[in-house]
Write a protein that binds this ligand. Structure first.
Ligand SMILES: [Zn+2]
Length: 104
């Protein structure tokens, strides 16, 4: 049985932690609603779809998604900051993440 690999990832420093969430989430919610309304007008389906997709991206950024590399197959995976482990989306191998505090 293969041993579970561990990688070290430096945590992102969040200067604007709560402030960013406070701005990001209403913006994303507003964008998502705006995009949904555009989709309802038929002619606005395409821009509306992109606005909605952008809003989802904003929420993901607000949740502090991090890109980590699978040590096994080098595939880039996205994980939420501070999760203990992730499963690679390509090879399915579990990897433990050790979060390191950034040096000031
Ligand atoms: Zn992998």
């Amino acid at each position: 049985m293969a041993e579970i690999q561990t990688i070290e990832v430096v945590m992102k420093r969040s200067k604007t932690g709560w402030a960013r969430k406070l701005i990001f989430f209403p913006m994303a919610a507003f964008g998502f609603l705006g995009g949904a309304l555009l989709c309802l007008t038929i002619v606005g389906i395409i821009p509306g779809f992109f606005i909605m997709a952008g809003s989802v991206g904003l929420v993901m950024a607000g949740l502090n998604y991090r890109q980590v590399k699978c040590p096994n197959c080098k595939k880039k995976n996205y994980v939420v900051s501070a999760v203990e482990d992730f499963k690679c989306s390509r090879c399915g191998n579990p990897t433990i993440i050790e979060w390191k505090k950034p040096r000031p």
